[in-house]
Design a protein around this ligand. Structure first.
Ligand SMILES: O=P(O)(O)OC[C@H]1O[C@H](O)[C@H](O)[C@@H](O)[C@@H]1O
Length: 655
């Protein structure tokens, strides 16, 4: 168990620095609270965490001292924040209907980089808003924080870690340092190993224990070890090159600890042809490890214990636990603590399963796309920098216009898993209650993200975003579809039909429909209030030339960096996730009680330490008919995966 080191002096100055030219507006009524987060005790008792187990008292003390010294202003105390607050009343006098007629404004709000076209004209901003947002970025030391990230400083201060997912997609000849050491050669050592292994599996040099090629891959992982790879897998499934490269192969995911997910992931698979990739940064996550043990038992029941060596590989930073699980470290693919779980899709977490499915060359294009956006983010000035603009405008919508949610609406079925992935990246990163020094914030951070591909969303929740709550929308369109259909005689091709909606929705939200327009359309008076659209609802539109491995990489990195921009300005730690720990600790307490009750045939008792409500509900659950008996029972698998197969290890005669 490693304990945390103190953040470096340079980092301490970074988190506490505001350019000296900035006059800080004094804090009124903001109480300085001690560093919040799980106590050392609760953290060390949690089974599966990404963070080192014991946050040293000295780190907590140091961060706390920084806050109690009252040297660090909150972002809401900066002059630019106050100026933006005052500027809201100017914006409230405008309507997008009019703003969209200002051509100079519109020209300034359309940006393009390497094929990624972003139209911000339907944001409720003027040139003045942008100037103030750039000023806020300056006063918040945004540039310094971006540089600190790329320079490998320990900006994840509560875990004392660098944040360098950008290194996982660096070109071979780039240099990126962590504590004075260039990590790019390490990254490429793993990538070369992934290429060699995935080539061998794909071309049949690596066979299963019975001599059959391994055509199906089951990737077991949850959270960041699942959502990013699922997003990219889904994005490329119908991309012509990726489709050709994955002919006769399949990649499935198993994330939920629900046995139903096990049944669905394994249903119809032939274990002789199945390779299992266990993906877990920590290799302690309860759900992943139970699923891994379940699938290992399934393999052994059908193929014998020697199958593990040929049918199971792992991706983790914890190679010791990989070995203890029974996977040969030779068949493990490492990554590093400076890659956060939700930022890990470009590491072996995504690259191994996706290279097995699509081949390494295609996945290298994905890395190149992400790297292209990294360079853009690092080098472009604020006014041309797509992630910076996206981040600043989101911050404007959340912190000044009061819109706490945003909808991610790709007009491309291939991007259907973008919103679920961004939910984790954004909400786990920026859903925080204190600033980086542990001071409770007097405003809310983070956004509620949700989304569905267009046009499906239109027939579901768009009613609310047109006439109910104001939810800033992000429309994502593709110029050249992965697949094309045109039926002779139809007005437009199928993809054009889809894109007609992409263009129409943004203007419908912006312009709305007035009572006058309705009257001139002869709408009866009693219906007019129901059919009025107020308009003035902000959205932005992103258009990509195609949905390829390269552009998906660009898109992913653009979203990752815009989330960092927001966190940097709110001055929170976007790279820790203490908020997920408490539930895990309590689940472990329930687990112990559950085992006691099931094995000793008794009720949950008040001395088990649960409140009335939980005790009663657990007893109600436990009284229900259980399908399996333990501890004396034998291995039981979900019924679906038993089709045509042995039901238990014992029945298969393999143990
Ligand atoms: O990759 P693992 O260590 O198994 O972690 C999987 C997930 O666990 C937790 O829920 C964290 O909050 C996530 O950020 C992480 O992605």
């Amino acid at each position: 168990m490693q304990s945390l080191k103190l953040p470096s002096a340079s980092h301490r100055s970074l988190v506490s620095s505001v350019p000296s030219s900035v006059k800080v507006i004094p804090r009124v009524g903001v109480r300085q609270l001690p560093l919040s987060g799980p106590s050392t005790e609760s953290v060390s008792s949690a089974k599966s965490i990404n963070a080192p187990r014991n946050v040293s008292a000295s780190v907590a003390k140091m961060l706390n001292t920084a806050s109690s010294a009252k040297k660090v202003p909150l972002v809401s105390e900066l002059p630019a924040w106050q100026a933006l607050k005052e500027h809201v009343s100017d914006i409230e006098k405008t309507h997008l209907r009019d703003l969209l007629h200002d051509e100079a404004r519109c020209m300034a709000l359309i940006k393009e980089s390497e094929g990624i076209y972003c139209d911000f004209t339907r944001q409720r901003v003027t040139q003045r808003t942008l100037e103030l947002l750039y000023e806020l970025a300056e006063q918040s030391n945004l540039r310094g924080k971006i540089n600190a990230m790329f320079n490998g400083e320990h900006i994840n201060s509560t875990e004392d870690r660098a944040v360098l997912h950008v290194a996982t997609r660096a070109h071979r000849n780039q240099k990126i340092f962590v504590e004075g050491r260039d990590v790019v050669p390490d990254v490429w050592e793993v990538l070369d190993k992934i290429k060699a292994f995935s080539d061998k599996v794909r071309n049949g040099q690596w066979l299963g224990v019975t001599g059959k090629p391994l055509k199906s891959v089951v990737a077991i992982g949850i959270g960041g070890s699942f959502l990013g790879p699922l997003f990219v897998h889904t994005a490329l499934r119908t991309e012509p090159n990726a489709m050709r490269a994955s002919r006769d192969r399949s990649l499935r995911f198993l994330a939920n600890v629900d046995p139903i997910d096990v049944a669905r992931a394994l249903d119809g698979l032939d274990p002789e042809e199945t390779l299992v990739v266990v993906i877990s940064k920590t290799f302690t996550t309860a759900e992943t490890m139970l699923n891994a043990r379940t699938v290992r038992s399934w393999l052994i029941a059908r193929l014998g214990s020697e199958a593990v060596a040929k049918h199971m590989v792992a991706v983790s930073t914890n190679l010791k636990l990989v070995k203890e699980f029974g996977i040969d470290p030779e068949n493990a693919f490492g990554f590093w603590d400076w890659v956060g779980g939700r930022y890990s899709v470009c590491s072996a977490v995504g690259m191994l399963p996706l290279s097995l499915q699509y081949g390494f060359d295609i996945m290298q294009e994905f890395l190149a796309g992400a790297n292209n956006m990294d360079e853009h983010f690092k080098n472009q000035p604020y006014q041309d920098n797509l992630p910076v603009l996206l981040g600043l405008l989101s911050l404007w919508n959340v912190s000044f216009l009061g819109h706490g949610a945003k909808a991610i609406l790709p007009y491309c079925q291939a991007l259907s898993k973008l919103a679920p992935h961004i939910q984790q990246v954004d909400m786990e990163s920026n859903g925080k209650g204190v600033d980086i020094n542990g001071v409770r914030l007097p405003f809310e951070t983070g956004e509620i993200d949700f989304g569905e591909p267009g046009t499906n969303g239109q027939h579901s929740f768009y009613q609310l975003i047109h006439q109910g709550r104001v939810v800033p929308c992000e429309f994502i369109g593709i110029v050249r579809s992965q697949q094309s259909v045109y039926l002779k005689g139809e007005v437009v091709s199928n993809h054009d039909e889809l894109m007609c909606n992409f263009f129409a929705q943004a203007d419908a939200l912006a312009y709305g429909k007035t009572p006058e327009q309705l009257r001139s359309d002869n709408v009866p008076d009693y219906l007019i209030p129901h059919r009025v659209f107020t308009g003035n609802r902000p959205s932005l539109s992103i258009m990509m030339p195609s949905c390829s491995a390269y552009t998906v990489g660009q898109l992913l990195a653009m979203y990752e960096h815009r989330i960092a921009v927001q966190g940097f300005i709110w001055n929170i730690n976007s790279f820790d996730q203490w908020g997920v720990e408490l539930g895990k600790v309590l689940a472990s307490k329930v687990r112990n009680t559950m085992n006691g009750v099931r094995t000793r045939d008794r009720k949950v008792l008040p001395q088990d330490g649960f409140n009335y409500s939980t005790t009663r509900m657990m007893n109600k659950y436990l009284e229900g008919k259980t399908q399996v008996l333990y501890p004396e029972g034998h291995d039981v698998f979900p019924i679906d995966m038993l089709r045509g197969g042995a039901t238990t290890a014992a029945a298969a005669g393999k143990l």
